[in-house]
Ligand binder design. Sequence first.
Ligand SMILES: Nc1ncnc2c1ncn2[C@@H]1O[C@H](COP(=O)(O)OP(=O)(O)OP(=O)(O)O)[C@@H](O)[C@H]1O
Length: 329
Amino acid sequence: MLQATHLTKTYGGIAAVRSVSIELKPGEIVALVGASGSGKSTLLSMLAGLTDADSGDVRIQGERIPGPSEVLVPGHDAIRLVHQEYQLMPNVSVRENITYALRFFEKNYRDFRVNELLTLCRLTDVQDRLPRQVSGGEKQRTAIARAIADKPAILLLDEPFSHLDLPNRLIVRDLLFDLVRSESTACLFVTHDSSDALSIANQLGILRDGRLIQFGTPTDIYRQPATSYAARMTGLVTIVKAKHLPVLGLPASDHPETLICLRPEHVHLDDSGVEGQLRALFFKGSHYELEVELSRYVCLRALSTRNDLQIGQRVRIRVDEKAVWKLNR
Ligand SMILES: Nc1ncnc2c1ncn2[C@@H]1O[C@H](COP(=O)(O)OP(=O)(O)OP(=O)(O)O)[C@@H](O)[C@H]1O
């Protein structure tokens, strides 16, 4: 449906996006994850036809989307971009902000659809307030309601969860699920938070310094990250050189300088394992995150549900050999 090929954008010598190719299909949620400055917003804006690419192009159903310098009204009817700052009209109500997106529709349908959107986005109670009189989550939902009002084929979202508390994140998440299911909308959102990306997206892309360095399903990227950056961007991880494998109680490697990564759920407290010292303990509600020091150079991240652990205590750990993953860099 939406296909970007070799998109490149440079700002005064700084390459913000470098030859990124990506495809978005109906009913699919794609997340792009990257550190601050990795080019997420620039890429999103080019995909929406709101920023000129230096080279490469964006096509929808094969038709090229012109950049803003080529047209009077930038963008494309089938594509909506929800910005981080929401960009709501400040002097009209939540309801009117949404209604504006439907101004070309017949009044009966417009009223029906606005009411439907208010319910869907849980905004009915605040519909008559101005944007400054509602919470961040309500503003975010108003921006999404406005963007999806006329059922665009493609929804692009810039950091849709960044200012939201957990209940609001869940509302927005369910909203996106509903949309892709009921309207077959294609969604792409950018984020620097791996947990949203892993749990919501069907496909995940990792952006680094403007390059799409890995693209695949969340499970594949989580389990088999290409690089240490991809590993860190997708969750808690321990990365060490393979020469330290014997310290973990595992067989030595023929490639001692290779980097290996291990997710914490594959490191178990087990009396038959190697000994270390508990350096840190973080309560996470359902479990604890631990840091276990095995040597001066090796400190492993682990998870446990045990309640009797104390910092400084000696513990034994066992590592799943099968879960050790070699990184390219
Ligand atoms: N209008 C601009 N003029 C000059 N440089 C820019 C402009 N917009 C972005 N950049 C630069 O391009 C790079 C990518 O920026 P971009 O905003 O796309 O990254 P990002 O991943 O969205 O960052 P963040 O997560 O902090 O929003 C950065 O180095 C940024 O400073």
